[in-house]
Design a protein around this ligand. Sequence first.
Ligand code: M6R
Length: 619
Amino acid sequence: MLAAMCGIVGYVGGQPALDVVIAGLKRLEYRGYDSAGVAVQTESDGTLAVDKRAGKLANLEKSLADTPLPGGTTGIGHTRWATHGGPTDANAHPHLDDTAKVAVVHNGIIENFAALRAEIAERGHQLRSETDTEVVAHLLGEEYEGDLAEAMRKVCRRLDGAFTLVAVHADSPGVVVGARRNSPLVVGRGEGENFLASDVAAFIAHTREAVELGQDQVVELRAGSVTVTDFDGAPAEVREYHVDWDASAAEKGGYDYFMLKEIAEQPKAVADTLLGRIGTDGRLTLDEVRIEDRVLRAVDKIVIVACGTAFHAGMIAKYAIEHWTRVPCEVELASEFRYRDPILDQQTLVIAISQSGETMDTLMALRHAREQGAKVLAICNTNGSTIPRESDAVLYTHAGPEVAVASTKAFLTQLVACYLVALYLGQVRGTKWGDEINEVIRQLADAPRQVEEVLGTMEPVRELARSLADAPAVLFLGRHVGYPVALEGALKLKELAYMHAEGFAAGELKHGPIALIEQDLPVVVVVPSPRGRSVLHDKIVSNIQEIRARGARTIVIAEEGDEAVAPYADHLIRIPATPTLLQPLVSTVPLQVFACELATAKGHEVDQPRNLAKSVTVE
Ligand code: M6R
């Protein structure tokens, strides 16, 4: 089956639809870049003009430049990330029915597509692609009797799975219809024009007034109206909101890559996430977290679910939560969570961490948790996305749009949000005194300056990264909160430089991984502060000596003033002194810069690494 996890744009209004749709797709290309396509209702004869190409959006743009489509002011577009099978022109969206009057684009997986496909083929339809999406085009063609929204509702009632669908019909001029189940779809309201997209980034250049579509809803868009119903046709409630990101926040702003821009934005992202957290009474306030104190006091277990980088943030949160609140905390990959029948009840607080708010594994984990009676708190960067909507409460990170596939500023702000939640729980449950909380908040408030300081000293790290472009592998070691940082450093290098990179807990070395050490193998070691938990520090200094004695080239990330590690470091990367628990806010930054520069030296596309997409909206 060829299903997809993709970016969708729809437009109806007074502007040339193709221009609006292509500009929107550019903003969404991070969601998938295997193929792209557009369909426009042509003004001249009312037919649908379609072009679609395998490969990046640039291929489609070239094709459109070579053979321009006739103009029109209603259109849809798609950029795709295939989950199975090879991306081809035929499998690219939009898909048409036999009459070529319906064009549809899709994000998600239609799980009962095989049965529907067999049924359609039996009725004599010609299927031209291997996709599940094409089935919808044929069904829409069959159901259409002059009202595209009604046809969409009828078709949606027959579909299983997760999907966002957007369609146009040649006989319904000036109408775009969308449907949503489990996958994201947002309406942008303009003056005499309206937009549909997987993400507000696609239309913020035109409007910042958005309408969030709910689960199992169909929307009919005309230039002057937005009508939303459920799948049975009953009028539906929607939430309108104002997007506070501006268009320039989603542009590269002079940087070569979004990733570089997003790394540089980290001091501001951290500062923004900390804004307004201390109330007039001097106490920590998390206004958005609308879970009653009574419920938080009764919590006897915390479970964090997340994927990828967000999972690493969760691993770090565990140290802070258990240390500050004394509540047991588990961290689990969201993709594993519900399949092992986890023990959850009303006293369990589940924290779901997700930049996009659309990661399907995390969404499914939180749904499972809520079904078992647990309360779910989302930590999320994307206002109006599915995960916060389906949670009991949300704490938004204020990183601004993160476009590069490799997560950077979202990670740092997720850490800040986790620290805030841990402190808040400590405050509510009385395990932390007010002055202790204020001391940590003061230390956190210094983090933007410290991150800025790290960013200002990165040239030697870049130079080192370039010199390692041909290294066969890089290992990363850490202890305590430095262990998830090591995992994060390795993940960044894997996804960007496509090289073998692994993170280990330094204490595990002698249980196996030390056998990997050979002459000149680069090993990055994240060293904890020599102050405070100095036993950790002493142990890692021994680990550095052990690997160095076996030929490793040691790249040591250590605090200013930590002289004990210097004799064993082939390369020493200095970070400002921070309390142990907060160190990841500064120790991660050199690893991001290292991976980005090494990947660039290898000639890789940093913002769009191969085989990846920004939001993983299928399981
Ligand atoms: O949007 P989310 O935070 O839920 O995404 C989770 C992961 O897919 C994401 O962090 C991924 O691991 C990044 N590409 C890593 O840089």
